[in-house]
Write a protein of this length. Sequence first.
Length: 392
Amino acid sequence: MNGPRVAHLDFIDDPGVNRKLREQAEAARGLGLPIDFFAISHMHQDHDEGALRLRRSRRSAAPLRNIGRFLYGLIAEREDLVAPYVDPNYYDLFIIRFGKVFLAQGITYKRYSRRIVTEHHTDEIAELLLKAGLGRRILASVSLRRSRRSMARVGAIVAMTGELAELEAQKTGRADMPRFVFSNGAEVPAAGPPARMYRLGEPLQMAFAASSYSPWQGLDRLLAGLSSYAGQSPLHLRIAGRLENDQANAIRRVADLPNVRIQTVGLLDRAGMADLYAWAHIGIAALSMFRNRIREACPLKVREYAAHGLPFVYAFIDPDFPQDWPFALRLPADDSLIDIQRVVRFTEELYTRGDPGPSIHAYALAHLDWKAKLVRLYDFLCSLPSFRGRPS
């Protein structure tokens, strides 16, 4: 293949993200694309898991706390995000997933400049400021200034949505900045999902899955809606993922409501997630993306729901789903009380037309599978001025 050799470098230690990287790595290998995926963390040892390459982070432990990040970043911009993990001479391009805190990485962008493609999953500064505090405001201010300076050097921007692509391109100050919308995908099973049935009067089974429940997930919105639920249909909700103490306490306060049963199941492996999706009648996706100051999003969990034939509710604009798509219910993107009875009616009406799973699965195969998305990404990388003319 005459296209660029690409190293995709991800510095987030998160079970959901690592699962996504494994799926992307396997899809790239299956397609024969020269893209190597690296998951880099202090929790890893150097080894390969199939197509995914795990590497132990060489980053200083000093920036692990907010004050440490700030002080370390004030005195150093010497953090190379490339050379400690890959041979810079072997790869033509480096896709680096952008993090919320940008302090010491400036040297990376000076050394590799147009060979870098930044990947953006959120408005990083807005997410950093979701939790209040003087330290976070200082981090955000310094990170924004330094990231703008470094991003002006890069070869391209890849973002999850068009809204994010435009936002990040504006930070660079370059009108000619190449940009590409690379929304999240899924490893869609070739076989269809197990049959689902729902009869009126039976418990309505809902699944809410996330690695952890950041404010933009909207767990608090869901619990508030359940607290006000006065319907007759019994509801069973299973919450999968890591919970903070205050979130666990909030769940316990709702658990004794009439007609509402809530079960927390912790972090699940791939088989456990598949069992959860097979159990549920409907999935709950992110309900408070607006807290990140973004209207568009493409969460992994929505793709996983669709890949397993599970209808869902959500509260944002998703570029991969038309607004009138019949297998999902879009709720208001604000802090208004969620009308749980509306969710119940939507689910009941959906299942009166039969099992929605096969139609959802077919849509996922055609529009959400990683293989189709990676081909389009690689075509974009081949077109970049920073690659054209480099020897293969």
